[in-house]
Ligand binder design. Structure first.
Ligand SMILES: Nc1ncnc2c1ncn2[C@@H]1O[C@H](COP(=O)(O)OP(=O)(O)OP(=O)(O)O)[C@@H](O)[C@H]1O
Length: 213
C-alpha cells in the first residue's frame, strides 16, 4: 500500500528527515511518535504528496508520487488518501452533510447510504444541517473524520486528530476512529504525542534525529 524509501527533507541548512524508509501493508495501522519538531508532520505531508522530498521516494499503491505532475499527485491523493488534522479544516460555508460528502464527491465515490451510516456512528445525526461554527470541537472533529472516511480511502493519515479535544472527548473520538478504520480495513498512520494512544496500535515507529529508530 505504502512504500517510503530513503526520504530526505531539508529546510535550509536543517535536515529534518534523513533517509527515512517505511512500508505499510493494506489495512495495517501504526502510530508515529517522536519529540516536537522531529518531523512527524513533515513525513505525513510528504506521504500525502502535499510537499516534495529532497531525495527518496514515496510509492502509494504502486504510484511513485515524484513521477507524477501536480494533477497526478492531486488525483493520487484524492483516490488513495484521507487526511485528518488537529485543526479540523472544515469548510465553514458548507453544512455538516455537505462537508461529509465533499471528499467522497471529489473522489467520485459519494454514497448517500454510507454517509448517513457514518453520521449515525459518529453521533452526528440531527446535526447535518448545521454549519461548523455551530458545533463543539469534538463534533467538528467527528465531522472531519466522517468526511475522510466517507471517501473510503485505502490509507488514512491522522495528525494529532484529538490534540484539540479534552481527554474524555478525545478518547471517544479515537475509539470511533479506530473502530471505523478496522471495519473498513483501511491502513492508518496516526501521529500522536500520547504514549497511551500510540500503545493502542500494534505498531509504533519513533522519529528521532531525522531517522526512524
Ligand atoms: N516550511 C517550513 N520551513 C522551515 N522549517 C520548517 C517548515 N516546516 C517545518 N519546519 C521545521 O521542520 C521541523 C519538523 O517539523 P514538523 O512539523 O514535521 O515536526 P513534528 O514532529 O510534527 O512536530 P510537532 O510534534 O511539534 O507537531 C521543525 O523544526 C520545524 O520548525
Amino acid at each position: 500500500m505504502l512504500d517510503v524509501q530513503n526520504l530526505t527533507k531539508r529546510y535550509g541548512a536543517l535536515t529534518i528527515l534523513d533517509g527515512v524508509s517505511l512500508t505499510l501493508g493494506a489495512g495495517e495501522t501504526m502510530a508515529l511518535v517522536g519529540e516536537s519538531g522531529s518531523g512527524k508532520s513533515t513525513l505525513l505531508h510528504l506521504i500525502a504528496g502535499l510537499d516534495a522530498p529532497d531525495a527518496g521516494r514515496v510509492v502509494l499503491d504502486g504510484r511513485e508520487l515524484a513521477a507524477l505532475d501536480d494533477a497526478g499527485r492531486a488525483a493520487a491523493r484524492r483516490d488513495l488518501v484521507g487526511l485528518v488534522f488537529q485543526q479540523f479544516n472544515l469548510v465553514q460555508s458548507l453544512t455538516v452533510a455537505q462537508n461529509i460528502a465533499l471528499q467522497a464527491r471529489l473522489a467520485g465515490r459519494h454514497d448517500a447510504g454510507r454517509a448517513a451510516r457514518l453520521s449515525e456512528r459518529l453521533g452526528l445525526t440531527g446535526l447535518e444541517a448545521r454549519f461548523p461554527e455551530q458545533l463543539s470541537g469534538g463534533q467538528q472533529q467527528r465531522v472531519a473524520i466522517a468526511r475522510a472516511l466517507a471517501a473510503a480511502p485505502p490509507l488514512l493519515l491522522a495528525d494529532e486528530p484529538t490534540g484539540n479535544l479534552d481527554e474524555a472527548t478525545g478518547d471517544r473520538v479515537m475509539d470511533l476512529l479506530l473502530e471505523l478504520v478496522a471495519e473498513a480495513g483501511m491502513a492508518l498512520i496516526l501521529v500522536t504525542h500520547s504514549p497511551r494512544l500510540a500503545g493502542r496500535l500494534r505498531r509504533v515507529e519513533r522519529l528521532h534525529a531525522g531517522r526512524l529508530e
